[in-house]
Design a protein around this ligand. Structure first.
Ligand SMILES: [Fe+2]
Ligand SMILES: [Fe+2]
Length: 166
């Protein structure tokens, strides 16, 4: 069942998906896709895992969807992006709080999703799920974004290895 077909998931996050401010992240590039699509993927897979483990899947879906809710300018430099890696969970939390009322768990999912890159340790099982799913999804997205470069790296590594095993 896809995200769109899952009516339970859609019902849980409907108000967020209909929120005008949240929809601004549709136009922001994130790991080669939109920040909106990235967030939706993280939310949906996290919700599925939380449900399977009989955890708070509603909060997981909402916290997962809001984990990267920050509006960044289009003309960000590489330095800005680097700094953002460390500070965006805090900004996302502020943005989410301005637009929605969050539970303690949802706040924690957003705050700690970049652990261990930032030192906010996830306090709940649901936060660990969002943080882990985010890393898996990001790895897949970045792999696709840089697939051509990865091919060159792979070839260079293989040539290097073969130069020793002749
Ligand atoms: Fe993030
Ligand atoms: Fe993310």
């Amino acid at each position: 069942m896809s995200v769109k077909q899952n009516l339970e998931f859609q019902g849980i996050v409907r108000d967020i998906l209909n929120n005008e401010e949240f929809n601004k992240i549709q136009d922001i590039e994130h790991h080669g896709i939109s920040r909106y699509d990235h967030s939706l993927k993280v939310a949906y897979y996290s919700y599925k895992v939380a449900k399977m483990l009989h955890l708070d899947y509603r909060e997981t879906a909402r916290g997962g969807l809001l984990h990267d809710f920050f509006i960044s300018p289009e003309d960000r430099t590489s330095k800005d992006k680097f700094i953002s890696t460390f500070v965006h969970p805090k900004i996302a939390l502020e943005t989410a709080k301005q637009n929605f009322s969050l539970s303690r768990k949802e706040e924690d999912m957003i705050r700690s999703h970049m652990f261990p890159i930032n030192l906010s340790v996830p306090k709940y099982a649901e936060s660990w799920i969002v943080s882990t799913i985010d890393k898996i999804v990001a790895t897949e997205e970045l792999g696709l974004k840089f697939r051509y470069k990865l091919k060159y790296v792979y070839t260079a590594v293989m040539l290097f290895i073969f130069s020793f095993v002749r």
